[in-house]
Design a protein around this ligand. Sequence first.
Ligand SMILES: Nc1ncnc2c1ncn2[C@@H]1O[C@H](COP(=O)(O)OP(=O)(O)OP(=O)(O)O)[C@@H](O)[C@H]1O
Length: 296
Amino acid sequence: MISSSSLVSLAGAGMQRAGRWLVRGVDLDVRPREIVTLIGPNGSGKSTTAKLALGIWTPSEGTAQRAADLRVGYVPQKVSVDWTMPLTVQRFMQLTNRLTPDEISAAIESTGISHLRHAEVRELSGGEFQRAMLARAIARKPQLLVLDEPVQGVDFSGEIALYELIVTIRDRLGCGILLISHDLHVVMAATDRVICLNGHICCQGAPSVVAASDEYRRLFGERTADALALYRHHHDHTHLPDGRVRQADGSVTASCDGGDSTRDHAGHGHRGHDHADHGDAAEPHVTAPRPEKTHA
Ligand SMILES: Nc1ncnc2c1ncn2[C@@H]1O[C@H](COP(=O)(O)OP(=O)(O)OP(=O)(O)O)[C@@H](O)[C@H]1O
């Protein structure tokens, strides 16, 4: 019986295919307003776990339960679309959902791409495409949002903006979020609970607990773990989709430092402000390998 406070609950869940266990012994709960992040190396079972949570796959052992009449939004790691055919953002959103014009308007406004409603999906930048995927997933106001690598194909400052957007969506919809990512230290800053997978759960808990655990260090290496432990991102500004920056006082400027500076630092392409407390001076942008952008 699923707990009344959980949107989805996996208990001892395992998935076997062709005589091989893809993942085993997964216990996981996502509650409203919670961001739970799955991390782990390639092939460690993150997408498999997400599919078990969504009900796309039925566990070979253990249980996967969802709250009754749960509305779910899903950003998959890959989409199968014939990119030789013309397809606007609006049409793309309607491929999997029957949406009203108002639902489309609200969703693309929430993700900052209203101006791209009639744009060709194949012409979108990596960040714009991920926003279109998010818009499609939130159009029906899901109670549970499952995001499988939602920042792939996006540069560092774009990743931060997307994670900020995900937090904003959580706040606005009050939904629970199951997030899969390779972008470890940025994710750590935004997540409530981290589950570290490697065919089974290696460790889990608050981000700081996971970053300090021996299992995590063994899996990702000392340098990555140290960078994570140091990373703190204090957002004093927000990057808007059109490239401008909203400062803490609400003003909108051309760049982070309030001027027109285009000075990069630490190779991030993130402009003109101090990241000294992020730990990225020691280890610029630590990421595990990830697949190539898959929509092009
Ligand atoms: N449909 C399938 N049939 C058989 N094996 C599969 C299937 N899908 C995935 N696998 C295998 O299950 C294992 C876990 O895959 P999964 O996609 O869950 O890992 P992941 O942690 O999401 O990986 P990545 O970070 O590379 O996306 C891998 O060894 C993969 O080859």
